[in-house]
Design a protein around this ligand. Sequence first.
Ligand code: NBG
Length: 837
Amino acid sequence: MSENFLINNQGLESGKMKMCNIRTGLDKACLKEAIIDHLFYKQGCEPEGASINDVYLAVSYALRDRLLHHGLKTFDAVLEDEDIRLVSYLSAEFLMGPQLGANLIDLNIFDEMRQAVTELGFDFKLVLEQEEEPGLGNGGLGRLASCYMDSLASLEIPAIGYGIRYEFGIFDQEIKDGWQVEITDKWLRYGNPWEIARPESSVNVYFGGYTEQYSNEIGKVLRRWVPSYVVKGIPYDTSEMGYKVASCNFLRLWKSEAIESFDFSSFNHGDYYKAVMDKIESENISKILYPNDELYVGKQLRLKQQYFFSSCSLQDMMRMHLENQGKPQDFHKKWAIQLNDTHPAISVAELMRILLDECKLDWKTAWETTQQTFSYTNHTLLPEALEKWPLDLFKALLPRLLEIIYEINYRFLEEVKRRFPEDNNILSRLSLIEETGSSYVRMANLACVGSYAINGVASLHTELLKKNILNDWVSMYPDKFYNITNGITPRRFVVLSNPGLSKLITKNIGDTWPQYLNELKKLEPFAYDANFKEQFRQVKIENKRILSSVIKDRIGIVVNPSSMFDVQVKRIHEYKRQHLNVLHILTLYLRIKSNPDIEIQPRTFIFWGKAAPGYFMAKLLIKLINSVGNLVNNDFDVRDRIKVVFFPDFNVKNAQLIYPAADLSEQISTSGKEASGTGNMKFALNGALTIGTLDGANIEIREEVGYENFFLFGLTASQVIEVKQNNYDPRFIYENNMELNAVIKFINSGILSNGDRNLFKPITDNLLYGDPYLLLADYPLYISCQDIVAETWKDKDKWNTMAVLNVARMGKFSSDRSINDYCENIWKVKPFKLKIE
Ligand code: NBG
């Protein structure tokens, strides 16, 4: 088949023919031809014999052709243009979500493709559902990276996302007998049509061995690394299209492989098994994503992963820079590298290695270049989540990098001494090496010293960072600190996942709001318009019906779409306090049991989230939620007024079903613990009201949507500290609050656990004897706030006004705003407008 051929376009007068380009054409007829072509030449079948996966792949290939057209043109242009500084987003996680629908939205051909697929005789919904999403992230941090890739492209900022192409992403979750069971995520099993391997751009990465001194041809004394093994990184590129723009970025993920020549010596000596083992070890590096919320200390593979992708990416950027006649010392003028948390922080030392050992720059020039290249985002306030690596492990794996880190440290501490001659403690706190008993390399310190900008991800978070864990760095470098509040992409989280709401908004305020989310403000007057509110309610109820039928199909629980959908979806963690939510459910349950005719507003409590496989308490919480569900859902007295659903396997695909269907969003973390949260934004933007603490971005959401449109409860971050310092005694609250007392006793009664009174004791003991996340302190406030929620729900008109106002006032939380903040304040980069004829 030739690329251009004549087809009869139904839109033209009969007899007239139009050229159709099956690689780039965007109308329905071209898309149909393109699908048929790919079915035949890629999948080896005719439409009649195609499976749904064949069709999904053919549709995706057809779309990929169109994206490539944009992507290649963009990069040819920007790499050559000296004045363009590219953004490089380095992240160990990208939680992309399904690609097909999002790309169709970006190219603005969703309806055309739906029609093309339907007219070919296939079910478009099934085609979309066929996509196995790349689960290359744990949660918020990885999803944020993907929202930022979307915004970078949509704002036409030339950028590459760099990460790891894990063969197995975050585990799939099943629930058996109420417990979480982890299943390997074989996302690549049916092929990934979006990526293109580029083996010709492979790079080598060193590990192990030793370093030595040598003199080069002009007698200059240098150091070099003699590794004990070398691993090859192969890049896989995925296009990252912007919304309704011509330019297109890409995501470059590295896969590890053995280098071809490496095993020959073993092989020649007949050590075949050693050769094979080396190959397997090399390939292991990109095998699996580590679940977070577990300590990484001692996890050698994790450190290998971090160095592997940092080194591959930096070598790649340097190669492009030098190929385009850039000088090594001008590297920072071409690339602005964002370190997404400390996972790629080793890049600071790696760029130094490249500049010193390979480009032969002197230390001072290399260090100036490095410090002008990097900026670092911190995503956590939990001290246990700050990465550090045992020195011995680090030395064995990355001897040259450690040498460089020592030198950076030595010079840096000299500077600290000059600035704070009287203060010995500050030296040990700022040191890149921790020496409390065992020694460690501190990755956050490395990121701080090597970056020109450091940012937190919500106002409160940045404030607390500056006050607490990074306080010494503020004394040292006060001008390095910024706040950039997180954001989410409205393209995926409204246009794609909530088409009903999107259409309603567009009908009333035009169609540019997905690019300029502040335009949603124009919806404010509609919050008092009965007709609009009725349509808004219809959209919500329809979304709830869709979710209800999915819940019924997948877990067999029938829920009532007109009940309030009270939703908590996020990783299961004690600081996120899913158990506080459970205490409320049981409070309502016991109220019903003591008075079955009590007035209770019907509610469906929905939980969704994974627990880290090694996090015992989180897994027990899942069991508790399921046990409560079993009891409540089957209790005659409850009469369906409350239902509890734990939906297995939270991922982006499922998330897209849930945000549009929620009425109440639970954002109830202990104040001062959640860096930002981004689920909170997705809910509010889809018209759910929030019940929440003054934590993370909740504070800013509440300021935007209006205090009266947000259900606030709980201690503030400073009160949390105060309470803890004043001999907090959870037992006192337990003994004096009758409802709480009854609930805790009920959990331990064995009724929830087939008579086993000990099953949930780790949870209740933790609450009664310590309660580190202050559930009991916040319990009375939470319960009375929930009572207000129920009262408000009774007045549907009021509720809907509040919900519309939430949507109208969420403009600030577009990830476009966050990316604009980065561009202006940190990266100093501008859009590049690609023209495509
Ligand atoms: C998470 C925080 C969230 C925040 C996301 C994105 C990590 C280490 N941090 O509160 O817990 O929204 O990052 O910034 O995953």
